[in-house]
Write a protein that binds this ligand. Structure first.
Ligand code: GLY
Ligand code: MN
Ligand code: MN
Length: 537
């Protein structure tokens, strides 16, 4: 597959011209970007992991550290934009210590650029572009922002010193975000691949948990005095689950995780971005809200795992494209959910299933958020966590609509149902959420404003968007504190469910012409999850 950097440049330039004020639209446009540099650990010479800046990758497909790109175009002919890439020269020390940058010949073969030169030529190339394109506007990413690689002032000053050119950092990032919101066919395939690898990694973790239930993960010889081999690895703590997830992605060639894995057992699953992943699974005769394990082992000298959930929200990156998958699995209890955990799991799965059924171009994402809250309220009323109008001492003030209007469901489902996903896991923020929040439209119930506080996407869906669908239900002491006296809640029933901690189920979907396609391949139905985690499938 050839990465469509040229197509991406055209999309970006179209969006850029749309955003520019009247008379500037007809001017030549120049885009100047610095790529990421190799980071170093503190004040040492030890490299840390390199990852190209997303926008630089989008316009060039070039992953050579410390590169620059210069894109020039006249609005009369956006298709004829010209990309020049500037990569560092290989120094003798680079060759000795690390993999050097490619030769110019090799780079010319790899990248679809009109010109490839060394970074020393960049100043001259900018000056020449300013002469060839009088009245040009030179666009950069936000200057002096720690979020983007630094572009040295000496480069932009070349344009500032020109009598006719202007320099701006206002329009380029919004244009890139708008272009990146709708994926090209090639981008979809990269995200599909990242999802396939991550889906297998989730399944590997579940299968190792299942092996543990069957006792297959113990070394055959008694009293072995050697490190455990991968086939013998146990999962009895969060770090072990994380290690197996990351190892599975890495052996399939994924270099990066798209974000720090969230591997949270027991009630830690209610911390949305928990990523310390450093606790043992609750074991021994622990109390429901207690993470302090006792020192009692079973007669066989093993940990008797307390029934609990393990929430893993993790996804690798493939060629700079992300996946973002959450599975919540049973631990202890022979690899089966407790009745309470199963009830909440099935409710979250229903929130996701109804969302899937509704997805199609034109539907406002707010409507999916509301649908999930409505489904949660109905589910809680069935379970008795929320009262209904027929409960003793109740009334119409406990109707589904009244509970929705109260906003109390936000204490259990506090986050957004999903977000755009692309090169970044929470992708293209400026194009996802208009400055003035839109609503789903006249005549449609919005529920409560708290439902939308953390919703990262607030747009009608369009064909070619890729979004996550990630409903969840949590029992977090911090979130529950403000609703401890809510008249909508049956507090005795709620108490029974609090030990569940949290359940989230997250898949990545492509919005298609008629609906959606799920790019996440690992299953999430209870029968399969319990079958694998109990070692029976
Ligand atoms: N992994 C973060 C999220 O799901 O949004
Ligand atoms: Mn996630
Ligand atoms: Mn997500």
């Amino acid at each position: 597959m050839v990465y469509p950097a040229r197509k991406h440049a055209l999309k970006t330039l179209e969006k850029l011209v749309e955003l520019l004020p009247g008379s500037d639209k007809a001017k030549p446009q120049i885009i100047l970007l610095a790529g990421s540099v190799t980071p170093y650990r503190n004040d040492t010479d030890r490299e840390m992991v390199f990852r190209q800046e997303s926008n630089f990758n989008y316009l060039s497909d070039c992953n050579v550290p410390s590169s620059y790109l210069l894109l020039t175009v006249t609005p009369a002919s956006l298709e004829s934009s010209s990309l020049s890439l500037f990569i560092p020269k290989a120094e003798p020390a680079d060759i000795m210590w690390s993999v050097p940058p490619p030769s110019l010949e090799a780079a010319r073969q790899s990248y679809d650029a009109a010109y490839v030169g060394h970074t020393e030529e960049l100043s001259k190339a900018i000056s020449e572009a300013l002469v060839s394109y009088p009245n040009a506007i030179l666009h950069t990413l936000p200057s002096a922002s720690p979020l983007f690689p630094e572009l040295a002032a000496k480069y932009t000053e070349l344009a500032k010193g020109s009598p006719t050119a202007t320099v701006t950092d206002v329009y380029l990032l919004p244009a890139l975000h708008k272009a990146r919101l709708i994926k090209t066919a090639e981008e979809i395939e990269l995200i599909r691949k990242a999802n396939q690898i991550s889906s297998r990694a989730h399944e590997v973790v579940m299968r190792v948990l299942g092996n543990g239930v069957r006792g297959l993960d113990r070394p055959k010889e008694a009293g072995v005095d050697r490190p455990l081999l991968p086939g013998e690895w146990l999962i009895e703590k969060e770090a072990e689950a994380e290690a197996i997830f990351v190892a599975s992605c890495r052996r399939e060639g994924a270099v990066h995780q798209a974000y720090l894995p969230i591997v949270a057992a027991s009630t830690r699953a209610s911390t949305l971005h928990y990523c310390c992943n450093d606790k043992e699974f609750a074991w021994g005769p622990v109390k429901p809200h207690d993470h302090e394990n006792s020192d009692k082992l079973t007669a066989a000298g093993e940990h008797d795992l307390h029934p609990q959930v393990l929430l893993i929200d993790a996804g690798c990156e493939w060629d700079c494209y992300a996946s973002d998958i959450t599975r919540t699995m049973p631990v202890g209890n022979g690899g089966k959910f407790t009745p309470e955990a199963r009830a909440i799991y099935e409710l979250v799965l229903e929130m996701q299933k109804l969302s899937f059924q509704a997805l199609k171009p034109g539907l406002h994402w707010d409507a999916i958020q509301l649908l999930c809250h409505r489904t949660l309220v109905q589910g809680f009323q069935r379970l008795g966590i929320f009262k209904n109008p027929n409960s003793p001492g109740s009334g119409s003030w406990n109707s589904e609509e009244a509970i929705l209007a109260s906003g109390v469901s936000s204490a259990f489902f506090p986050h957004g149902v999903g977000h755009s996903l692309g090169m970044d896991v929470h992708d293209v923020p400026s194009a996802s959420k208009p400055a003035a929040n839109t609503t789903i439209g006249k005549g449609l119930e919005l529920g409560h404003e708290d439902f939308y506080t953390y919703l990262r996407l607030r747009l009608p869906l369009e064909e070619g968007m890729i979004v996550t669908v990630e409903p969840g239900c949590y029992f977090s002491p911090h979130l529950l504190a403000p609703v401890r006296d809510s008249r909508h809640i049956d507090h005795a029933v709620l108490k029974r469910y609090e030990a569940v901690g949290g359940i989230r189920i997250e898949d990545v979907v492509l919005i298609t012409k008629d609906g959606h396609e799920n790019l996440t391949t690992v299953r999430s139905d209870v029968e399969w999850i319990e079958g694998v985690c109990s070692g029976k499938l």
